[in-house]
Write a protein that binds this ligand. Structure first.
Ligand code: ZN
Length: 207
């Protein structure tokens, strides 16, 4: 195993890097991480939540499952999922300053989050990811809805009702994802209002 890079991503900030086909990214986190990626040679080809769900025929993906692009191409594969306490989310978009503000204006913070929110952040994953990919000429509106690592939600299969939880993995938890093509990858260490966000550690390596 040869380490290509290792970086610390502070709470409520974004990060991006390039990966070569066959390299693996290890994301170590105890908080929600909004993760997106784009085909490096053609940045308009990107991760797609619905195709990923339908390809794997499930809402929750884990070790061995593939993450798909808009044209049904294999973009990444989860080679290790260390989260034994919860699941990862493929329903949600990115949290953002706009979203927090609206929830506050509509007095719905308590409905969305299972803990008291005294102060809302002025930005979230949308702004963090926007900044992280700006130098590649990707505009915020072109960032796909992410793969939200460690965001454990309860989904009622009959009514479709979704519920945030405070279930998050313990210290040391990580996921490994292999690039199936050259990629631009980006992530945000989510402010994760359900639990209070934490920093994230990233490593890219050749297995
Ligand atoms: Zn977020």
């Amino acid at each position: 195993m040869k380490t290509i890079l290792q970086q610390h991503v502070p709470h409520n900030t974004g990060w991006s890097a390039e990966m070569k086909q066959g390299q693996v990214i290890r994301i170590t986190a105890t908080t929600t991480v909004d993760f997106v990626f784009f085909k490096l040679q053609n940045l308009i080809e990107r991760f797609d939540q619905p195709r990923t769900k339908v390809y794997n025929m499930k809402l929750f993906i884990s070790t061995g499952d593939k993450l798909m692009g808009r044209n049904n191409q294999h973009m990444m594969t989860i080679t290790y999922d260390g989260n034994q306490t919860g699941t990862h989310d493929l329903q949600k978009g990115m949290c953002s300053g706009y979203r927090f503000k609206l929830a506050q204006q509509e007095n719905r913070l308590a409905e969305y989050y299972p803990r008291e929110i005294k102060e809302i952040p002025d930005h979230g994953c949308y702004e963090n990811l926007s900044k992280a990919v700006a130098k590649y000429g990707i505009i915020p509106e072109d960032i796909p809805s992410p793969f939200n690592l460690n965001q454990h939600m309860i989904i009622d299969g009959k009514t479709g009702k979704m519920e945030h939880t405070q279930v998050r993995p313990p210290e040391g938890n990580y996921m490994d994802l292999r690039a199936e093509m050259d990629l631009l990858v980006a992530l945000s260490a989510c402010p994760d209002l359900a639990v209070g966000g934490k920093p994230v550690d990233v490593m890219i390596y050749e297995p």
